[in-house]
Design a protein around this ligand. Structure first.
Ligand SMILES: *Cc1c(COP(=O)(O)O)cnc(C)c1O
Length: 358
């Protein structure tokens, strides 16, 4: 039932982010960029050993153990790290904390669609410079006056990675606003902008355990930046909810960071499968920007993306399809295991045969 408009008029109306489907039956799930491998065995072991007693108490609001592990891992100070409930929580806190000038925040027209949702929710003006026809960010679009800049590197869903010179150029032209680089996929790509946080006080780099660390279900993300900026984030966080990170996340996050050999092994397996998948996709006639992430953003010149998306779904293979402006012919395909990808290619081949006969 609809509420009376006089009641509605003072209620915050949000247009929420729409996540990829999480089907409850068993499928080959290549639609939300999850990692096909389990987290490190140490993570599971630590969770099994967790005693009920530790749930009786509130968790450590400062997330000291996790922040200590991350500081050691990256060779930075604890004061440079802010943690949250997945990078979505960290990014939402960043929008709330850093984008308050009244000038438009800049992010690409084709990018992580949550940026627009937060901007709308917090009533932050924004502008979305267009990616070029090859889906690349034109850095010059970010040289104008603005209220802050955010982009993922590699970008999503295009999977295109830009090198540190590109990131630094944007920083050089934006020294008075906060620049956020969302590095959700950096472990599959190349050099991180983390080192630039030493040189640029206005840079925030955001990371997640959801993709390369196989822990999407645990919800762990973090931001790295100048201690003063991290302090501002903490003040906002403690004004909303002091206990964002639960005990299980704190304990298992530390174990994941420590299990470095396993981490590199699984990341490398995904990169290997990605490189092989690029060859297979090209053989099938797909075109795509060169991916440096754990997904490929592909279209086929002769087959409709929506048709392929639906056929794959009928075969219990889920990929991501938006059908929105400029990307209506593209599918975003997460890199699964080699076996999952083989099944994907078998079904794609079959769909394409059936449809050329028709
Ligand atoms: C997946 C993703 C996130 C969010 O990850 P969390 O699971 O909330 O840590 C943030 N940014 C981009 C670009 C992503 O693809």
């Amino acid at each position: 039932m609809e509420l009376r408009s006089d009641i509605m008029k003072n209620i915050r109306v949000a247009e929420p982010y729409v996540p990829g489907e999480q089907p409850q039956h068993k499928v080959i799930k290549l639609n939300t960029n999850e990692n096909p491998y389990p987290p490190a065995p140490e993570v599971e072991r630590a969770l099994h050993m967790m005693e009920g007693e530790c749930l009786r108490l509130y968790p450590d609001p400062a997330a000291e153990a996790l922040i200590t592990a991350l500081a050691k891992y990256h060779g930075i100070k604890k004061e440079q790290i802010f943690v949250g409930v997945g990078s979505d929580d960290v990014l939402a806190m960043c929008f709330l904390t850093f984008f308050n000038s009244g000038k438009p925040v800049l992010f690409p027209d084709i990018t992580y669609s949550f940026y627009k949702v937060w901007a709308e929710l917090y009533r932050i003006p924004y502008e979305c410079p267009k990616l070029d026809e090859d889906f690349k960010i034109n850095s010059q679009d970010y040289y104008k006056e603005n209220g802050g800049v955010i982009f993922p590197n590699p970008n999503a869903p295009t999977a295109i990675y830009e090198d540190l010179d590109f990131v630094e150029n944007i920083l050089i032209h934006n020294q008075e606003v906060i620049v956020i680089v969302d590095e959700a996929y950096i472990d599959f790509a190349g050099k991180s902008a983390l080192e630039l946080t030493e040189k640029y006080d206005n840079l925030i780099v955001v990371r997640t355990f959801s993709k390369s660390r196989s822990m999407a279900g645990m919800r762990i993300g973090y931001a790295v930046g100048n201690p003063a900026l991290i302090g501002c984030l903490n003040n906002v966080k403690y004004s909303v909810n002091s206990y964002t990170m639960n005990q299980a996340a704190l304990i298992s996050g530390v174990e994941s960071v420590k299990a470095d050999a396993y981490f590199h092994e699984t990341v490398n397996k995904i990169i290997e499968t990605r490189e092989w998948a690029k060859i297979r996709l090209s053989e099938l006639g797909f075109v795509f920007p060169d991916s440096k992430a754990n997904f490929i953003f592909a279209k086929h010149p002769d087959y409709d993306a929506k048709m392929l998306f639906e056929k794959l779904k009928q075969h219990n293979i889920y990929v991501r399809y938006w059908g929105s402006d400029r990307i209506e012919q593209y599918l975003r395909i997460t890199i699964g295991t080699r076996e999952e990808m083989e099944q994907l290619f078998d079904v794609l081949e079959k769909c394409m045969e059936e449809n050329s006969e028709a």
